[in-house]
Design a protein around this ligand. Structure first.
Ligand SMILES: CC(C)(COP(=O)(O)OP(=O)(O)OC[C@H]1O[C@@H](n2cnc3c(N)ncnc32)[C@H](O)[C@@H]1OP(=O)(O)O)[C@@H](O)C(=O)NCCC(=O)NCCS
Length: 154
């Protein structure tokens, strides 16, 4: 099934909140209000993957650190039934293109060392994950920081 990548609009708030819960579970899902504010604050760096039948199958949200000018992938998720079809790779390519248009030359993200799917994805897309921060999200919650250089278009 082909997927179209579209920008998030608030009409998708309910759908994205329930999708996020399905992907990340109760403990790690964002509250619905977070997505509304992310839309206002992070603007265009927020994409959805929409299936041919009009359903949302995944999303990516990015941000830019105003001090360092570094891009971040804040979150990326694809519904379990829609995985291994290239959706995450497609969503990521849209966000990275936006960063390049904004003259951002480096992008970062954090991933649990136990998340083999995400680690596989980022290695597959040219990220380097040699940097580990112990207890990044608190005790026992270490994260690998993946980084990638971009080719800013201006
Ligand atoms: C990680 C995640 C976003 C990948 O989404 P996806 O749409 O299935 O990924 P893609 O189909 O675009 O995969 C692209 C490449 O990533 C790698 N990859 C993806 N899933 C993988 C897995 N389970 N194991 C190993 N490598 C994997 C592969 O190299 C794959 O290419 P291939 O299918 O040609 O081998 C998805 O598994 C997910 O939503 N997981 C839960 C949420 C999460 O962990 N998000 C990331 C942390 S923010």
């Amino acid at each position: 099934m082909e997927c179209e990548v579209i920008r998030f609009v608030p009409a998708y708030l309910d759908e994205i909140a329930s999708m996020d819960l399905e992907i990340f579970g109760k403990k790690e899902a964002y509250p619905r209000a977070f997505f509304r504010q992310a839309h206002d604050i992070l603007g265009n760096l927020f994409y959805l993957a929409k299936t041919e039948d009009g359903k949302i199958a995944g999303y990516i949200l990015g941000g830019v650190n105003p001090e360092t000018g570094q891009g971040w992938v804040i979150v990326l998720g694809v519904l379990p039934g829609q995985r291994r079809k290239g959706l995450a790779k497609k969503l990521l390519s849209f966000l990275l293109k936006d960063f390049e248009k904004k003259s951002i030359s480096r992008v970062r993200l954090s991933v649990s060392p136990e998340n083999s799917a995400a680690c596989g994805l980022y290695k597959n897309t040219g990220f380097d994950g040699s940097h580990i921060i112990p207890d990044y999200f608190g005790p026992g919650e270490s994260r690998i920081i993946y980084e990638k250089s971009l080719s800013p278009s201006r």
